[in-house]
Design a protein around this ligand. Sequence first.
Ligand code: THU
Length: 141
Amino acid sequence: MEKDLITKMIELAIEQLRFSYTPYSGFKVGAALLTKSGKIYTGCNIENAAYTPTNCAERTAFFKAVSEGEREFQAICVVGGKDGVLTDYAAPCGVCRQVMMEFCDPQQFQIILATAADHYDVYTLQELLPQGFGPANLNEN
Ligand code: THU
């Protein structure tokens, strides 16, 4: 991926931190999801007093995109930290990795983890979810 595009995604993910709704954990997460056509959908985490309805930033971005007709994705950038301070990478939780598995080719889809526009690493979904179970597993072998 082009470095300028990665920088843009990181900046958009960081911008999302201000919308993150986290009265319980204080852990703020922002995401920027890139479609194959080049459009970017953003997302933040949204917590809930009943805890389990909490939605992660990554899933917010995916569900926004899918609900608008998108099905094909290139990459997602994720940033996060306590009180929105980005000290370490915030890697996607297992549930979010599984949602990525539904729509993305694990060998192609890229996950950008960042703490700043100039500090990031890029992983494939395959690396973060080895032996993942996805739609292909339900097809005839
Ligand atoms: N969180 C995310 O938004 N994405 C992840 O992949 C990890 C966890 C959120 C959920 C919750 O609001 C807070 O971080 C602490 O778990």
